[in-house]
Ligand binder design. Sequence first.
Ligand code: GLP
Length: 286
Amino acid sequence: MPCKLRGNCEACIVKNKEEGTMAHCMEKVAEEYGAKLPLRYPATKITKDVKAMSKATAKIVKEVLQKTPDALLCFPAGSTVIGTCEKLKKMVENKEIDFSQAKFVALDEWVGLEEGEEDCTYFLTKHLYEPLKIKPENMRMFNTKAEDLQAECKQVDEYIFAQGGIDLMILGIGMNGHLGLNEPYDDFDSYAKVVELSETTKKVGQKYFKSPTKLTKGITLGVRHIFETKKVILQISGAAKKDIVYDMYQSQPGEEIPATVMKLLTDGEVIMDEAAAQRVADLIDK
Ligand code: GLP
């Protein structure tokens, strides 16, 4: 596993290759964050269907907001989270949950879209921010039109640090195991960054657009933000994800499959439906 977490770690990479285990420096980082190694599988809840997955996740959002009304939340712009957004909307209507003080930071965004194309902010505004009536001053989205995107990344990092970190991050998994737009082999040890999209993401990403759209780059919170988030939920739904779920569960944590970072978190949980879990359900039960 290529590892950039410290300057001189050839020895640990060799050992890692020999033993087929995680690089020592990864273990060090994981332990710094409180993980008890070795970890085989992430904490996992398997639900009957997407509806139950959405309900279980919405319950966690409610609990976080009850404890911390001004929590900083982060949601993914993907199809998987739509059911959760709908559930949260109903809970707001029934006055079961209060988002009036909650803050939101973007997880990721496409870079270089043409004017008027429907980006991640558009998606989440439609499914989440508008239905929940989130005030603009309580949202920090990525400005992909900023002249200096590196500076924009730094400002988003600073926003997160100034809020005392992210309280709850909900994630979806890409068909290649990406989280946010942290693609396979991207550096685990980084905060917000601009990334080159993988071929899989360019192809699968077409589903979010009305017509064929040229996707090249993205901007995303980095895996280090995921490490530092107080609570992380990875939602997975549908049979199309069953193979990447299997690969993720069967792999040691590493940059090849970004979602394996879930195995290293102190408070991280995978909530997935039976269709997505069909190749791992037996493994987890054992
Ligand atoms: C997309 C987004 C991710 C999202 C994931 C899964 O490319 N960048 O943040 O969570 O891939 O998306 P979906 O739920 O549509 O499968």
